[in-house]
Design a protein. Structure first.
Ligand code: OGA
Ligand code: NI
Length: 259
């Protein structure tokens, strides 16, 4: 965790020129960095720099800072192992075989994306937002931070601060756990606020199905629970493109697949 935080900080400290080769625009460009959330469509800019790297099924990495690529590879592999274990638990909790989700969503080819976020001190934090309200598109997001809080989740209509224990992993359930569990697991709306004192850094790793998997509610759950499917099936890759093509106005992309 420490080496990842150092490596990402090293990347943000590169010159604009060194970073400029990663100013990609498409959601599936393997390495992208810049400011703002949907950099290409939002008129509003947010108080954040970011780096996004697709690390699985094909591994990519910026070649600077030195040694970053090795840390990134080791860290994201370890995260995949933890996520696999958590999804086994979730499968069992849904009354399915423990390997159900890992097999059905082809996790061998899972789409895994690293997102490093840098939130510098903001002179008027009440007028800015680090990251606007959103839900994560994947199955589980594993997030760490540099000891500075800022993440909030929406709970019963209110924004609640998440004050993580030092060194903890924050695990966020994403849209595709909600879809496949037919709503038994909710995808959590969250956002990041900024402060006027300290630079905050967070590193989130989004862990999704394979890009080609069509995800719909698990058939066994519909039969056992005798409740109808609440979501249409959609290829994960298409969902990603749909999510990134819309302005994020606080609404979840889930509304587009809800029946
Ligand atoms: C994200 C995210 C929150 C944070 O990267 O998807 O929600 O605390 N980050 O930076
Ligand atoms: Ni998020």
């Amino acid at each position: 965790m420490k080496r990842m935080l150092e490596g990402c900080r090293g990347f943000f400290n590169l010159t604009d020129e060194e970073k400029s080769m990663y100013n990609g625009k498409h959601v599936l460009d393997p390495i992208r960095c810049g400011s703002g959330f949907n950099a290409s469509v939002d008129e509003l800019y947010f108080w954040r720099d970011h780096l996004k790297v697709i690390v699985h099924p094909d591994f990519h990495s910026p070649n600077k800072p030195t040694g970053f690529s090795n840390v990134l590879q080791e860290y994201t592999k370890a995260v995949r192992d933890v996520v696999r274990g958590l999804l086994e638990g979730i499968s069992e909790n849904l009354g399915l075989e423990s390997c159900y989700i890992n097999r059905a969503l082809d996790l061998e080819s899972s789409l895994q994306i690293l997102i490093a976020n840098l939130y510098p001190p903001c002179p008027q934090p009440e007028l800015a937002m680090g990251l606007p309200s959103h839900s994560d598109h994947g199955l589980l997001t594993m997030l760490i931070e540099n000891g500075i809080s800022g993440l909030q989740i929406q709970h019963k209509g209110k924004w609640v601060n998440v004050n993580a224990a030092p060194g903890a992993f924050l695990v966020n359930t994403g849209d595709h756990v909600e879809i496949l569990s037919n709503g038994k697991y909710g995808s959590v709306l969250h956002r990041a606020v900024v402060n006027d004192k300290t630079t905050r850094m967070s590193i989130s790793v989004s862990n999704g199905p394979s890009p080609e998997t069509i995800v719909s509610p698990v058939q066994e759950l519909l039969e056992n629970g005798s409740c109808p499917a609440a979501y249409i099936g959609m290829k994960y890759k298409d969902y990603l493109e749909l999510q990134q093509s819309n302005k994020l106005d606080g609404n979840s992309c889930l509304n587009r697949v809800r029946i």
